[in-house]
Design a protein around this ligand. Sequence first.
Ligand SMILES: Cc1cc2nc3c(=O)[nH]c(=O)nc-3n(C[C@H](O)[C@H](O)[C@H](O)COP(=O)(O)OP(=O)(O)OC[C@H]3O[C@@H](n4cnc5c(N)ncnc54)[C@H](O)[C@@H]3O)c2cc1C
Length: 468
Amino acid sequence: MSDTIAPVLGEATVQDLRETVRGQVFTPGDDGYAEACRVWNGEHDDRRPAIVVRCTGSADVIAAVGFARSNHLAIAVRGGGHSLAGFSTCDDGIVIDLSPMSGVRVDPVARRATVGGGAVWADVDHETQAHGLATTGGLVSTTGVAGFTLGGGIGWTMRKYGLACDNLVSADVVTADGRLVQASETQNADLLWGLRGGAGNFGIVTQFEFDLHPLGPMVYAGPIFYPAEVARDLLHAFREWAGLASDDVTGIVNLTTAPPLPVIPEEWHGKKVAAFIAASAGPVDQGEALVRAFRGVAEPIADLLGPMPYSMIQTLIDPLWEKGIHAYFKATKLARLDDELIDRLCRMHLEAPGPQCEIHVHQMGGAVGRVPEGATAFPERSMPFVLNAVTGWHDPLAGQEHREWARGVIAAASSASTGRAYVNFLGDAGAARAAYSAETYARLVALKDQYDPTNVFRLNQNVEPSGA
Ligand SMILES: Cc1cc2nc3c(=O)[nH]c(=O)nc-3n(C[C@H](O)[C@H](O)[C@H](O)COP(=O)(O)OP(=O)(O)OC[C@H]3O[C@@H](n4cnc5c(N)ncnc54)[C@H](O)[C@@H]3O)c2cc1C
């Protein structure tokens, strides 16, 4: 692909923009403006951008970037709109919304998928499963492919097939100066390195290309729920199991509250529980052996771990995390899961201020850890666990106590933490420098200097260019 120069709009008016793009343009007062402002996290729904442009292709994205620059507007880029920190909306600036660009094309022979920059994981799973193929996607299917992949991408198949960013083969990117460039191992390879974990700092990805792997339609997957009283035993068993488990399987412990689902006995609804959730990317008939250790931990409340469609595990918890919920996450990478930390997590679970306060301990390792450190921008691949304090609430006044609880959970883990976070699991901005090693951060700054020296794309976990 040859680089193309953006049309210069000069001091373009909104009318010029409407005439230039094929997608919809919304300004305050337009029908549909309020809906166009909405993002997943209700905490950020009160932002009021000057313009929302729903792009239908790279040309619209190029025009929108040119318009924003000529009018000195802050740019918020929106893929799936799930940013916890609210990066995909803004006050007074322009939202470049790629949600109409959700097309997915699968090449079943080459085992590759090309995916639009505004697709969500449900779009990808739908097309790829038609061929018995998959790539690592999110635990909630409404999450955007773009933000998820650009920050790393933790999902059920990662220990076998790597993070989402490890499966990224190439990308089409609109840069800050309005060029459309391709990043791959053979073209702009430095840019591809930065897209694999560098969190949307270098341009707007209008198309992704991913490696696909044989998977499904049935997999061995699902949750086992136990009473909260055995959370400690569960976490001890999880710690022993996690380091020895086959790369086929990826597991999580979730200290949570039993949702009111028919599959959970009614007397447990609303009570504190501890869940082990896993998915195997290996043969279905070998799945049980991989997780047998958990069947002896305690008498379960409900054991739903067994053969199920891959499409089901990918959408299982969607109804609990619907658009409009208020949410805050805070996370850290763990060097170890020691006895003291386990005790603290179990205690803090019982002190949670609401039913959608969850403590997730993600098992890492496998294919994630086999990619050499520094080969991608995603840092600290050797960590055995990621700890995520997840909160959601509906009463807009309940935010402070939820945020404080999540921060408390992560503070309680400080002695076992590597000190670095995973950029996608953060409800606060300004975390980039602490998330990366000094060496990786310096390389990200050099890349930012090259592709976005005036920080046009700064609504993200921002890597500031050296001239900032
Ligand atoms: C309910 C829920 C479940 C989640 N589950 C997981 C999980 O299982 N694993 C995991 O790793 N993470 C998970 N996350 C975190 C998720 O990866 C991040 O919130 C991610 O940023 C969402 O991407 P998005 O495209 O939906 O978000 P957006 O809000 O659209 O964007 C997020 C960031 O990416 C930038 N961006 C968006 N589109 C583009 C583009 N096309 N080009 C360049 N930059 C772009 C935005 O500007 C913003 O900075 C979850 C989040 C939520 C809310």
